[in-house]
Write a protein that binds this ligand. Structure first.
Ligand code: ADP
Length: 541
């Protein structure tokens, strides 16, 4: 049990693991410690292995407080597991970094790291020092990355012709729960990214894409709003349902009649005094409303609420309002409408108002939900993907799937070089590394061959998860890649009858695949370097 483990570094930056294990006093040295970690890491990799690929299994995760998640996203599966072992935790971090930087390939990177560590463990058994293994892996990784660059292809697209982007998004949604609404989600992903992309600078401002969802309707009712969508309604049912040419005051300051009762000590003894106070409150609020209207605003959006009386005054004053809008949403509205958030009432000026073509209340299908849509904004680039679904579980997984598809399209816009999936790229790299190993003298060649072996884990897992025989499939594709000099051949997971991944448009961004190799190799080095586990306790030997 390594749950009391603590990772520290010595003065040269070498990691150590300290285990506070009072019960069993033991001390692990060198390879014994490394191997214990490898077993833990392999367990983690084994857990996500069966969800790799379009035929991967979904996992049902139940949290300690009973929340249910259905997913086959590696990063999600790992982030919800309670993991004690430190190296196993590193695997979780690994999948997270892949997710943060690329947003895709989170399962693959863990499977690859697990396979590399398994190979390393065999080499250590043969008496090769862990550091030599790590060095050999580094050399092999370099060869593999050079091979990726060599075999990379490009995916062409333009704002007029987005068919390739749509196909890429479509493939990425392949194994996800949203498969019933594939076309819709692909289109949402491509539209969203292109709306916020600067194609010349190959830049995509992801912050401008908001993914939101609400229970009700079906996945097919999901939509992309070129603007902001708010799960709110106008504060009073009699206010108009649409504000055209909206000039919006965005307020984070209290927007309500003053509450002197809490601030000053008041002695109200007569009805007159009470009425006077009421009149005072009313007059103050009316002044506030006038101040807003004087700036030219025809809509107020407030972080705060106001009571029925104030709401009624707003209706009378013909100033539509939206209340209780969250801070994040206010920020998004401000960006989208080119407005400024006003934190102090006296700071409100004409210049700070946001602008939008329309702000309207919409209802969805047969449901009675109201939502507010802010469209034709001054800053037209902000968009919101709004996901509908019959329950929260489906919406959450659909959000994750859409996020993946958005990442795929974003990655292509940033860098349109790709390699072919279905294990095709891994097999090509495996062959290249094996080749290089043959030409490498010394001990390192063993580690390089082991690296080449580990790369097979991806096509083998894909084959196994699709009900194909892993070894036969791998052998056949490998020999065909060599014979036909075709690095596009991969595992035909969907049993289409063709192994040419270009035909099925099964692609992976070059940067994503490269990142997977680098991260997995780096993780191995970290694990292989942890060569001392000091068990503290009273009876240390
Ligand atoms: P990850 O979280 O690593 O992206 P996925 O479960 O999305 O894991 O699986 C991705 C793997 O499945 C990649 O290796 C990809 O090339 C492969 N893949 C996806 N679609 C297909 C397909 N239609 N045929 C063969 N392989 C596919």
């Amino acid at each position: 049990d390594m749950s009391n483990a603590q990772l520290i570094r010595d003065e040269t930056g070498r990691p150590f693991i300290i285990v506070k294990d009072q019960g069993r006093k033991r001390r692990q040295h060198g390879t014994e410690a490394v191997k214990e970690h490898i077993i833990a890491a392999k367990t983690v990799a084994g857990l996500v292995r069966s969800s790799l690929g379009p035929r991967g299994l979904d996992k049902i995760l139940i949290s300690p407080d009973g929340d249910i998640t259905v997913t086959n996203d590696g990063a999600t599966i790992l982030s919800q597991m309670e993991i004690g072992n430190h190296v196993a935790k590193l695997m979780v971090e690994l999948s997270k970094s892949q997710d943060d930087e690329i947003g895709d390939g989170t399962t693959g990177v863990v499977v690859l790291a697990g396979a590399l560590l398994e190979q390393a463990s065999e080499l250590i058994d043969k008496g090769i020092h862990p550091i030599r293994v790590a060095d050999g892996f580094d050399a092999a990784c370099e060869v593999a990355i050079a091979e990726l660059d060599r075999i990379a292809d490009t995916v062409e697209f333009s704002p007029e012709d987005t068919s390739n982007l749509l196909r890429a998004a479509h493939t990425s949604l392949g194994s996800k729960i949203v498969s019933i609404a594939h076309d819709k989600f692909s289109k949402i992903a491509v539209d969203a990214v292109l709306s916020v992309a600067d194609l010349e600078r190959k830049d995509v401002d992801f912050d401008l894409i908001k993914v939101d969802g609400k229970v009700g309707g079906s996945l097919d009712d999901s939509l992309l709003v070129k603007g902001v969508i708010l799960d709110k309604e106008f504060s009073h049912p009699q206010m108009p349902k649409i504000v055209k040419d909206a000039k919006i005051a965005i307020l984070t300051c209290p927007f309500e009649p003053p509450k002197p009762k809490t601030k000053h000590k008041l002695d109200i003894t007569t009805v007159e005094e009470f009425k006077k106070l009421q009149a005072y409150e009313k007059a103050t609020f009316e002044t506030m409303v006038k101040q807003i209207k004087d700036t030219g605003a025809n809509l107020a959006i407030s972080q705060w609420g106001f009571d029925d009386e104030a709401n009624h005054l707003l209706l009378q004053a013909e100033l539509p309002a939206i209340r209780w809008v969250g801070g994040m949403e206010l920020e998004l509205i401000a960006i989208a409408t080119n407005g400024r958030i006003v934190p102090r009432f006296e700071d409100l000026t004409k210049e700070k108002l946001g602008h939008a073509g329309t702000v309207r209340e919409v209802t969805f299908g047969t449901t009675r939900d109201h939502m507010l849509v802010i469209e034709d904004c001054a800053n037209t680039r902000a968009v919101t993907a709004f996901i509908r679904g019959s329950n929260k579980m489906i919406i959450d997984e659909a959000k994750r799937a859409l996020h993946d598809a958005l990442c795929v399209v974003r990655n292509l816009v940033k860098d349109n070089r790709v390699v072919y999936g279905g294990g095709a790229a891994e097999i090509a790299c495996s062959l290249a590394v094996a080749d290089a190993a043959d030409k490498t003298p010394g001990i390192e060649q063993y580690a390089m061959r082991a690296f080449s072996e580990a790369l097979n884990a991806i096509p083998m897992a894909l084959a196994e998860n699709s009900g194909l025989s892993p070894i036969e499939t791998l052998a056949s594709i490998k020999s065909r890649q060599v014979k036909e000099k075709n690095t596009r051949l991969g595992v035909d997971c969907m049993q289409t009858g063709s192994n040419d991944m270009k035909e099925h448009f099964v692609i992976d961004p070059l940067i994503g695949k490269r990142q997977q190799l680098l991260l997995a190799t780096q993780l191995c080095r970290m694990v292989l370097k942890v060569n001392n586990v000091i068990v503290t306790g009273s009876g240390e030997d």
